[in-house]
Design a protein around this ligand. Structure first.
Ligand SMILES: NC(=O)c1ccc[n+]([C@@H]2O[C@H](COP(=O)([O-])OP(=O)(O)OC[C@H]3O[C@@H](n4cnc5c(N)ncnc54)[C@H](O)[C@@H]3O)[C@@H](O)[C@H]2O)c1
Length: 421
């Protein structure tokens, strides 16, 4: 097992990536430039699409949904989703099922590395028993285990798999050294060797929990400053002139990471008898912002119209991506619909079919003959940065409100009422 790296680079063994999504697919492609890679996913259609693309790209990856193909692999990386259920309880089903798949394919001398974000202890306490059960093998004498969290930032060209230091960990020193060497094949920025699997798991969840907490503070400040008639962005800019002020901004916290991962930590903490008050309060504040925004719009539009129309620009969870998972603006839209407000939703990046399947909302273009009573700009998508006062005036009634959640147009909207978080 001490020569796993050699076996991979000499192409005597293959590496398998289990779960070919936002994290797994780029990882599989990156490794395929150096070693033999099998890309496994349970989604058959997705695998077929990847097989087609691989032909045109001439990529040396075997894409498959056939578990039998995994018997050729010796180094497994698991990158399946780790969502929460409707009660915000971690849903470990994909992780457990991927562990079962890998367990069945596991042979002596193999390595299994988890990348899915999860709470400290999950890899060793929840996943390892499944690997051992389905393989009949034992950690240490038969196979090695590791955890290496992903730091990918969708839509970010600068902070990529290659350019960001990657935390790695292993079940013993040999595992740590071998896993490090394997990741160094693709991570040019190098690896950080964490002292244990639990530390590596905790480090990832802390990165996201810290962001959640800092944004929650800005959101709370925004709730306070709104009552004072202060613009939070102006306050942050002024405070940001101090050298050690951390520049976070208010906003809706959606997506699959920041709004989800803290629940993994609070869940585990609760199982150990600790009630995480600060983290839970941040989650509460951030999750409630969508309704707060809706209330702002509702109070404004019904003052000026008996039949209000609202245009929502942007449904993805952040700018310049097509990912709509946990889109919080959808909560705002649903609140507006409850009040029978006519809402049009558009987005230059989101796929209409995804939005319909996920939320039952039809994406629409703004009809030329329509005038809105409020326009909500949710994310700074590149095409939105060009919009100006004249544009907003052209698509709205005179009394309309421009709701600029990210403060993009601050000081530039004069012909309509303006509000930002
Ligand atoms: N997307 C990000 O930016 C990001 C960043 C850091 C960490 N993460 C973490 O990485 C993990 C994966 O996230 P993602 O965004 O890539 O998810 P994703 O939903 O984009 O992709 C997951 C893939 O796994 C497949 N899958 C599900 N169950 C499977 C199984 N049992 N066996 C094989 N394949 C299976 C799905 O079909 C899907 O193609 C999560 O834990 C997430 O929190 C994501």
């Amino acid at each position: 097992m001490a020569n796993m790296y050699e076996a991979l680079v000499n192409k005597k063994a293959s590496l398998a990536v289990i779960g070919l999504g936002y994290v797994g697919l780029p990882l599989a492609y990156a490794f395929a430039e150096r070693i033999n890679v099998i890309g496994f996913d349970i989604n058959r259609q997705h695998v077929e699409d990847l097989q087609q693309q691989a032909k045109t790209k001439k990529a040396e990856i075997v894409f498959t949904n056939d578990t039998a193909m995994l018997s050729n692999a010796k180094f497994f990386i698991i990158t399946v989703p780790t969502p929460v259920d409707r009660y915000n309880i971690p849903d470990l089903k994909p992780l457990m099922s991927a562990s079962e798949t890998v367990g069945k394919a596991l042979t002596k001398g193999s390595y299994v590395v988890y990348e899915s974000t999860t709470y400290p202890g999950c890899t060793e306490e929840d996943c390892l028993p499944v690997l051992e059960k389905y393989s009949g093998l034992h950690l240490a004498e038969d196979f090695k285990l590791g955890y290496s969290p992903e730091r990918i930032n969708p839509g970010d060209q600068q902070h990529t798999l290659q350019t960001v230091v990657k935390v790695v960990s292993g079940s013993d020193d040999t595992a740590l050294q071998e896993i490090s060497k394997v990741y160094e094949l693709v991570v040019k920025a190098g690896v950080y060797k964490a002292p244990s699997i639990k530390v590596a798991e905790a480090s990832k969840i802390v990165e996201n929990t810290q962001r959640d907490l800092n944004i929650a503070l800005m959101n709370e400040l925004s709730l306070i400053f709104d009552r004072m008639g202060l613009n939070t962005y102006e306050v942050i800019e002024a405070a940001g002139s101090k050298w050690n002020f951390l520049k976070f901004h208010p906003g809706l916290v959606g997506g699959h990471c920041i709004g989800v991962d803290p629940y993994y930590l609070t869940y585990k903490a609760a199982s150990l008898g600790y009630d995480s008050r600060v983290i839970a309060a941040s989650r509460y504040i951030n999750d409630d912002m969508a309704r707060y925004v809706a209330r702002k719009i509702i109070t404004h539009v019904f003052r000026h119209s008996g039949n209000p129309r609202v245009l929502v620009k942007g449904v993805t969870f952040k700018e310049n991506v097509h990912d709509i998972r946990n889109s919080k603006i959808v909560d705002t839209v649903k609140e507006l619909l409850l009040f029978h407000i006519e809402v049009d939703v558009e987005d230059p990046f989101a796929k209409a079919a995804d939005v319909y399947r996920e939320y039952g909302l039809q994406l629409s273009e703004h009809a030329a003959d329509k005038k809105y009573d409020a326009v909500v700009i949710t994310v700074p998508h590149a095409p939105y940065l060009q919009l100006d006062d004249a544009y907003f005036a052209s698509i709205t009634n005179e009394e309309a409100l421009v709701v600029d959640l990210k403060g993009i147009y601050r000081n530039n909207i004069t012909s309509r009422k303006y509000w930002s978080l």
